[in-house]
Design a protein around this ligand. Structure first.
Ligand code: ATP
Ligand code: MG
Length: 201
């Protein structure tokens, strides 16, 4: 399974609807400083629910909505503002089974799941904000997305995305802490946790 395409709409520096294609094996994004390369990674973490706001360099969720005055710290307009990111996964190798997608989306009506679309919106109204998640267009909870992605080994603890600074952090860790990360990635950690629970019972 791999990301096939990202569709960013009004997300961070992407004030216009932007489609970004990804290749099967290797995709590189290049550009000058401040042109939005890291914002693309942030958009994936946002849509898949893999990071807290601090992990995607925002104080609050609504900071992720495109703000034309962002650089000069200008105020935002009064009208309703919204950002959306869609991650289109190529699932033609059936990493995620159709039954798993049906389960997560809560409907049989998910097509042949050769492609899976995961989308998140954040909307700001005058006095509040709202966040919505979708699987193949069906409104779902974050938990549904996390359960589905976990079946493909994609989790908030999974080190699927290596962020700036992570490599140095891993090098500077104690061997014990490093071992914990390897256990997380290998999927052993979840069994250790279950074993501990069982002993406690
Ligand atoms: P570098 O090469 O320095 O790592 P980069 O290409 O990774 O740069 P990003 O960090 O992705 O750049 O983009 C930073 C830019 O995004 C800044 O110019 C910042 O003003 C802009 N930006 C962040 N949030 C918003 C927002 N909500 N609205 C508009 N622009 C934003
Ligand atoms: Mg960057």
């Amino acid at each position: 399974m791999h990301i096939k395409e990202l569709v960013l709409d009004n997300f961070k520096s992407f004030g216009r609807k932007t489609r970004i294609p990804f290749f099967e094996d290797f995709t590189v994004v290049t550009g000058p400083n401040g042109s939005g390369k890291s914002n693309i990674i942030d958009s994936v973490l946002f849509a898949l629910g893999l990071a807290r706001t601090s992990g995607i360099r925002a104080e609050k969720l609504t900071d992720l909505i495109y703000n034309p005055g962002h650089q000069d710290g200008d105020g935002e307009s009064d009208e309703e503002r919204e950002a959306s990111v869609e991650v289109i996964l190529d699932n033609s190798d059936h990493t995620l089974e159709r039954s798993a997608v049906i389960n997560a989306a809560g409907t049989e009506d998910v097509g042949d799941v050769e492609e899976i679309s995961i989308r998140r919106r954040v909307k700001e109204t005058e006095d509040n904000y709202y966040s919505y998640y979708y699987i193949n267009g069906r409104s779902v909870n974050l938990g549904d997305i996390q359960d589905l992605l976990a079946q493909a080994g994609i989790t908030p603890e999974g080190y699927n995305v290596v962020m700036q600074g992570d490599v140095t952090e891993i090098i500077n860790m104690t061997p014990h802490a490093r071992r914990q990360i390897i256990d997380e990635i290998a999927g052993v950690a979840q069994f250790d946790a279950k074993k501990e629970d069982a002993f406690e019972e």
